[in-house]
Design a protein around this ligand. Structure first.
Ligand code: VAL
Length: 184
């Protein structure tokens, strides 16, 4: 099984781009998006706003072409990761109760090698994510039980083996207009 590659819109809800732009986040593990608590940006990287005429997305400057392809132009707005710290966004899935989370954090391990230069944080499923989220006092969310299935009461993925959940979750992101790009 090859991991899918998905680019997901995380609409901003505070800061100068609130209701005007989405963070673009890349992941190969859509099933971890249920457990998202933050998005990490590198404090010294410059992030730019790009538009195709219908929407605006935030991407690390060195990754604009790779992440977006053709048909996009820059609006001229630029922010460092440091300036974006604490901006809030609407999380991709509302399946779990999570308080005091869902904002941009800064992390030195974020690179501009691939993806969008912003890393979705699921502290239960990545050591770097765990260290970063702990530093911000973010909660650890883990809806996957020891047998690898999601807690049975969850909508959409309840009882499903974690890796099998990708398909339904990606379809749901698509249906809600949050899926930017999907390479199955
Ligand atoms: N941060 C990783 C990702 O973006 C995992 C560990 C959640 O897919």
């Amino acid at each position: 099984v090859v991991d899918p590659s998905v680019y997901v819109r995380f609409p901003l809800t505070s800061g100068p781009l609130a209701s005007k732009a989405s963070l673009l986040v890349w992941t190969t593990t859509p099933w971890t998006l249920v457990s998202n608590v933050a998005v990490a940006a590198h404090p010294e990287v410059t992030y730019v706003v790009a538009t195709d005429g219908t929407e605006r997305v935030v991407v690390a400057e060195p990754l604009v072409e790779k992440a977006l392809g053709e048909g996009w132009r820059l609006t001229g707005e630029r922010f460092t990761g440091k300036e974006m710290e604490r901006w809030t966004y609407r999380r991709p899935f509302d399946l779990l109760a999570v308080e005091g989370a869902h904002f941009v954090v800064n992390a030195e391990y974020v690179t501009t090698e691939d993806g969008t230069g912003m890393v979705h944080q699921a502290p239960a499923f990545g050591a770097d994510d765990l260290a970063t989220c702990r530093a911000y006092g973010l909660p650890m969310v883990n809806p996957v039980r020891a047998d690898g299935t999601f807690e049975p009461e969850l909508p959409l993925v309840g009882g499903v083996f974690f890796k099998k959940a990708d398909e339904a979750l990606v379809a749901d992101l698509q249906a809600r207009g949050l899926l930017f790009r999907h390479v199955p």
